[in-house]
Design a protein around this ligand. Structure first.
Ligand SMILES: Nc1ncnc2c1ncn2[C@@H]1O[C@H](COP(=O)(O)OP(=O)(O)OP(=O)(O)O)[C@@H](O)[C@H]1O
Ligand SMILES: [Mg+2]
Length: 320
């Protein structure tokens, strides 16, 4: 099988996730390269390990750059820490006021609270950067490479976590509003209310896009090994509860050659896991990618992977 449906005009956001080291970055870049042939494509790395830069052999940073050697592929690294510090800088005053007006904390407590993280906020902020790009609409496709499973799961559950926090904050505000109204007879919405409302809207925007099966697709990447299969199972279960759709799964590093004793043994060892994958994830179409003799680095190697993903390469050309 080959990857399908990604050229559909409605589909904008394609997210790759899976266990560490299974080939997410390689597959995300190869997919972005393929799509960039017909669509203006933005490749977004949310992995702080800078692996997109390494794989493309080109420095990619917190600013969009055109990928050398391509006509229509652009790339950016959106790192949660940076997105979060930008958010804190921008909204420090509102956060402080929220704590001052809603609790019995003294100044020292408030200063300490300000240094604590709001659950899910860093991931939400990196996601916000992504959907801001989508809403600006400069690109036709947005391909996201995530860090290993834990991170993809955090990314997906972050809107829910932040939503809980907003609810608590809104309850604290409600008490404050009640007090003001009791004393002065009326209450005017202030900058903290506007801030909380803005956050709530951001959460809603993210959830709406993630759950829209026409606009967003999550592609899990797995390899024929026990741990990777278990993690993929957990990832898909979490995606299911979050209402995020997966239609296809990439099974990477599949041994195809039988040319030597070692290859034969590896191939046989993978067999039960390949069966396991087809049983456990039977509702997903599987794209098998052979293990290449060399690592996937640079445009030529990525192009080979692109061929496998989109044109089903079980042929001798890619014999390992
Ligand atoms: N089919 C393949 N054949 C040979 N090497 C591969 C294949 N797929 C990926 N690799 C190599 O495996 C290594 C890990 O791949 P990659 O960085 O894409 O994985 P990842 O899932 O993004 O890892 P991480 O979880 O660390 O972000 C890289 O060196 C890459 O070149
Ligand atoms: Mg990676």
């Amino acid at each position: 099988m080959a990857l399908t449906g990604l050229e559909n005009n409605d589909l904008k956001l394609i997210i790759f996730g899976g266990k560490g080291g299974v080939g997410k970055t390689s597959c995300a870049i190869a997919t972005a390269l393929a799509l960039s042939e017909n669509f203006k494509t933005l490749l977004i790395s949310t992995d702080p390990a800078h692996s997109v830069s390494d794989c493309l052999e080109q420095k990619i940073g917190f600013r969009v750059v055109k990928v050398d050697g391509t006509a229509n592929l652009f790339a950016i690294e959106v790192v949660a820490d940076e997105a979060l510090s930008g958010f804190i800088r921008e909204h420090q005053a509102e956060l402080k006021k929220l704590l001052e007006t809603s609790t019995n904390l003294d100044n020292d407590d408030i200063e300490e609270m300000m240094t604590l993280s709001i659950p899910g906020i860093d991931e939400v902020m990196s996601f916000k950067t992504i959907i801001d790009f989508m809403e600006e609409g400069q690109y036709d496709k947005y391909v996201v490479d995530t860090a290993p499973t834990g991170h993809a799961l955090r990314l997906i559950s972050s809107p829910r976590l932040l939503d809980e926090w907003i609810k608590v904050a809104a309850r604290m505000r409600w008490k404050y509003r009640y007090m003001i109204t009791s004393f002065s007879g009326s209450y005017q919405q202030d900058d903290v209310d506007v801030f909380l409302l803005g956050l709530k809207k951001t959460v809603k925007r993210i959830e709406t896009i993630l759950r829209d099966n026409n606009r967003c697709e999550f592609i899990p990447v797995c390899i024929p090994e026990a741990m990777a299969i278990l993690e993929t199972g957990r990832l898909l279960a979490e995606l299911g509860t979050s209402g995020i759709v997966s239609r296809q799964i990439i099974v990477n590093n599949v041994m195809t050659s039988q040319g030597c004793d070692f290859c034969m043994k590896r191939k046989n060892a993978q067999m039960p896991y390949l069966h396991d994958i087809s049983n456990k994830f039977e509702n997903l179409s599987r794209i098998e990618v052979p293990v290449f003799p060399e690592e996937i680095k640079g445009l030529d190697a990525l192009d080979k992977l692109r061929m496998c993903l989109f044109f089903n390469c079980q042929s001798k050309t890619f014999d390992n």
